[in-house]
Design a protein around this ligand. Structure first.
Ligand code: 5GP
Ligand code: MN
Length: 318
């Protein structure tokens, strides 16, 4: 509460903000950036929205409160509002080494090192979108219209449409309010979910066919190679969600996906349900995230990366 007060004071007492989030932005990143922008717009404040990577096509329908670009000009803003970044490096090269302005760090990741001048970090929130809703209440701004849609996008993205362990009474109550305020959840859910390309469908089929299982089926691992991307014509971001299909297999406690970005750069994702904490496993591999969903990068080839990650996960499960 004390930190929420500080965040509100910084916003009230300043003007011209840069709003930023993490590389490869997901629904919480896009939704919370849009939501903060709508708040600032309502308050008559100036702002720019920065993303290191462009907004994925599947989020193009979201109403952005202003132009979004990937240029950062140090010194032009009063504060940088960094959303949903477990560490500052996740905001991208332009910002992480260069930030000239003080940083307002609003996040819900475990192990956030509080890199801002003002930090509101609380792992009790399902999503940063939920935190922004709290900020809106604090500022007496009603979550409706595009602000409500942006918060809803963030919330359903990080709760897996209210299926993950972070689905709290508070987040359901907030969502009920958003629906009362006029959003249409069925319509928005369809906009978020029904976005697959045929290439993505083929990629998931091809990769899942070759899923490997370890430790009597407690670990499932799916790999996406550059060859698979070439053969299906899919894009790297089309891998998103493939790890969830593996988690759906009965008996799997930890689902792993590996994506070959470069021959010696493998992006991994870890997923679990309930008490199994994959954040601890990701941290051993210099990644991070949440108890049931974490990720990171391994600087090794596919075979070496698979061996390393299986060793870590198996040791934690043993
Ligand atoms: P995903 O597997 O979908 O990329 O990410 C799952 C979760 O892990 C997200 O909450 C994300 O913020 C976190 N995460 C993914 N990659 C990294 C990383 O390289 N470093 C850290 N600290 N967290 C990550
Ligand atoms: Mn998030």
């Amino acid at each position: 509460m004390e930190n929420l007060n500080k965040v509100a004071e910084v916003i009230k007492n300043n003007d011209d903000f840069l709003i930023a989030s993490h590389e490869s932005p997901d629904g919480d990143a896009i939704g919370s950036m849009a939501a903060v922008g709508h708040l600032l717009k309502t308050m008559g404040k100036r702002f720019s929205i920065f993303t290191a990577d462009k907004i994925p096509d599947k989020f193009k329908w979201i109403n952005m409160p202003g132009p979004v670009n990937n240029e950062y000009h140090p010194g032009r803003h009063s504060w940088i509002i960094v959303l949903d970044c477990g560490d500052l490096e996740r905001s991208g090269k332009q910002l992480s080494g260069m930030a000239a302005e003080p940083i307002l760090n609003i996040d819900h990741h475990r192990g956030n090192p509080e890199f801002g001048q003002v930090n509101w970090v609380d792992t009790g929130f399902s999503s940063v979108g939920e935190m922004v809703a709290k900020l809106a209440d604090h500022l007496n701004i009603k979550p409706e219209g595009p602000l409500a849609e942006a918060i809803y996008l963030a919330v359903v993205s990080d709760t897996g449409f209210f299926s993950f362990g972070n689905t709290s009474p508070q987040v359901l109550e907030l969502s009920a309010r958003l629906i009362r305020n006029g959003i249409n959840p069925g319509l928005i859910n369809a906009k978020i979910l029904n976005q697959w390309t045929i290439e993505k469908l083929h990629l998931h089929g091809m990769a899942l066919q070759k899923t490997l299982f370890y430790l009597n089926g407690k670990i499932g691992l799916v790999s996406v190679t550059r060859k698979m991307l070439r053969e299906t014509g899919a894009a790297p971001e089309d891998c998103e969600g493939v790890v969830n299909a593996v988690r759906n297999v009965k008996g799997v406690e930890v689902a792993i996906s590996l994506r070959e970005d470069e021959p010696d750069k493998i992006k991994f994702s870890l997923r679990s349900s309930g008490d199994v904490n994959v954040q601890l496993m990701a941290a051993e591999l210099e990644g991070g995230g949440h108890k049931n969903a974490s990720g990171g990068i391994i600087a090794a080839d596919m075979d070496r990366s698979r061996e390393r990650i299986i060793e870590v996960v198996a040791r934690h499960l043993a």
